[in-house]
Design a binder for this molecule. Sequence first.
Ligand code: ADE
Ligand code: ZN
Length: 329
Amino acid sequence: MSIPKAELHLHIEGTLEPELAFALAERNGVDLPYASTEELRQAYSFSDLQSFLDLYYALMAVLRTEQDFADLADAYLARAAAQGVRHAEVFFDPQAHTARGVPLGTVVEGLARALDRAPERHGVSTRLIMCFLRDESAESALETFEAARPHLHRISAVGLDSAEVGHPPSKFRAVYEAAAAAGLRRVAHAGEEGPPAYVREALDVLGVERIDHGIRSMEDPDLVARLVRDQVPLTVCPLSNVRLRCVDTLADHPLPAMLDAGLMVTLNSDDPAYFGGYAGDTFDAVAGALPLGEDDLRRLARNSFLAAFLDDDEELRARYLAEVDAHRF
Ligand code: ADE
Ligand code: ZN
């Protein structure tokens, strides 16, 4: 679906398509334990978040140089633009690379090279969001933040991702305080596999402005009332939720109930190379499987721009919203 939209929940490492993985493996002399792209794609069958993360981190072995990160991001931006994405807020996982000996500067400067060119090359504005791995220690997150200080002019926000259950947001209070003091915006994954209490903690302890996923908020009516009252954006990823078995089928997804409740929901693709669809594919899939009308789809697209970190360019936000309003299905 080509309606203009912002992508607010997108892990750049989750856009690594099998073809690019093999090309980078060859360029860098990395052995992949798969004979072909088809065989690799067949491994994309997941029982839960952890089973996906195991493959997601393993495949990152092919990403080594600034050019690799630039090529990865440029390939994503080209695909996103072709599906109506006009603004992309891109997550990256620095610790997944520094742990393999790739310097943080290589990652950030490589991604920035592609992002800087995205407006002219693809007609896409961008922001970069640095995520901490919640299954690593709080000290590691703090060390990562300190190492990122020379690059903070490239980074708009911090986030929190990886294995959720057993790693509550409160573990990362200190690094979020440091990020806030440095003027960064804050988001966090919460309520994907973890309980509604993690959504509350992300808001109350980390001071986040958006919740990534948040679907399990629906189990807690008081929390839903608060999220509706404060219009806290939830960056929902239905194809991911199905592939990681957070919901049984797309037809069972709580997205319509979330919209009916008055929640500020946006539609996102999370790790599109692994979960079967980029932003436009995701709009198509939910429109096909769920009782959503054109008004709902337009509302989801509007929400994506309303929830975007575009406060430093309200003119651009207004232009994007006008494009959504002018869209004909
Ligand atoms: N890292 C990449 N995708 C993720 C997801 N859906 N949840 C948590 N961490 C992730
Ligand atoms: Zn995610």
